[in-house]
Design a protein around this ligand. Sequence first.
Ligand SMILES: [Zn+2]
Length: 183
Amino acid sequence: MGRLPLAFLAACALGGAVATAWAGKAHEHGVARLDLAVEAGRLTLALDAPLDSLLGFERAPRTEAERERVASMVARLRDAGSLFRIDSAAGCTLAKVELVSAPLGLGPAPGLGSTGAPAKEGHGDLEGHFEFSCKAGARAGFVEVGLFEAFAPLRRVELQVVTPKGQMKATLVRPASRVALVR
Ligand SMILES: [Zn+2]
């Protein structure tokens, strides 16, 4: 393909606007980071997002409506085969989903301190790990990322993509969804 996807052109336009870097970790409301790794036999995605980007709040739910929002978010993330639609040429099927978010009580229960550190200054994050088994992962030409459809507060996804052919960074800005993979 001779053209860069539109998403690439928007890269960095908004960079630094709301730089609230604390403890060396990017936490910007409305933004999520997504690492995508393509291998022959599998495709993995790692999502790191402020809860505000997914839910609109960053603490344990207090009302019935908020509890429903959390349940709906978890359901969308667990249904990762719908959320991340991989080029069918690769023959991928969802194998595993792991979600970690200390404020929501998601993730490994013992030692809450380690992975999901306590919320700082009222902030909170969610980390998601999604693994697909693929018949021919390297044949995946694209992944459709459905995060904007699923999560209204989300405006931008910063991507880092690693394939057998190389590594690249890209930015998806609402409503773009397609990530073209280097082949
Ligand atoms: Zn926050």
